[in-house]
Write a protein that binds this ligand. Sequence first.
Ligand code: ADP
Length: 359
Amino acid sequence: MAYLTLKNINKIYPNGYHAVHDFNLEIEKGEFIVFVGPSGCGKSTTLRMIAGLEDISNGDFLINGNRANELGPREREVAMVFQSYALYPQMTVFDNIAFGLTLQGVDEEVIERRVKKTAAILGLTDYLDRLPRALSGGQRQRVAIGRAIIRKVGVFLMDEPLSNLDAKQRVTMRSEIAQIHQETGATTIYVTHDQTEAMTLADRIVVMKDGYVQQIGSPYELYFNPVNVFVAGFIGEPPMNFIRGTVKGGKISFGKNQLDVAAKLGNKAAKYEGKEIVFGFRPEAIELGSQSNAYQVKAVVELTEMLGDNTNIYITADEDKAILKVDPHDTPEVDTDIAFSIPYESVYLFDGETEMVIQ
Ligand code: ADP
């Protein structure tokens, strides 16, 4: 039996807004689950329903198979880390971390031991006497995480915990959160709009859009087997390129290049004659020059971005545009012609109407 079960969970706010539709998920003990999607897609609402901070309008939430919809936050044994650290400014780091245990009337010696252990995990040992205002943003966020993990609850819920940090601190804290999870093995549900955070932290990612779950899978599954245009475009940076076109004579146009749909779809291609399809390929999935078992494309270089470890090439082929990611040593001149190949196996075709991947 799964540890946590969300069965057809819906949220309709009092103003009638239907924020979450039929959310289904089973979470095993120890899993790191990330909810990802654009702002407003229902991630926080779902997390808050799991926390018991928001009523579930419809559906069942189970803990170890027992219905928990009506349990309050404390009875659910969850700890939440919010975007704003919400530390007590007049309390030291030690007291902030200890706060939950102090409230519970836990023995002072036990508190001291557990605060020290938590501080050691988080690299806060030298800061226990400080007030929050004398800490950096990253250190404050660690205190907030410490306050949650010291409680030894079943589930950690984190709502965009890194969004108040600068880019560098975010990367550091991200790896620390991964490490803390490895050390504590605690079930974690983490909300972010950042696909890189999702990809690097998650055992499984839940991609959401407009209140609907789009796909649930490991980072590998989402990157290599996206079910629709949205997931394909959301996971990966720079995002997957999409060329929309109507199939004519078995081909779609990418600028003046005529791409044979049957090369990818085989005898299923005939079904799409006269219909719109979306031709998708990742910037990093191309080869410069001509290769076998690949679509051949000619285009013009509009702009190049040398990023050190790679170069992004912005290309145009008439009205169609795409980004290619290449080795920096292969950076072409702007305004020159470029020829590249997209291996058939790296191409994704989507139904233009449903936007679902064509299998
Ligand atoms: P996310 O976390 O993905 O950014 P939220 O779960 O916060 O999204 O919000 C989902 C949708 O529900 C948004 O359109 C938001 O405006 C709406 N919403 C959030 N809280 C309320 C509320 N209390 N009343 C009505 N609508 C709300």
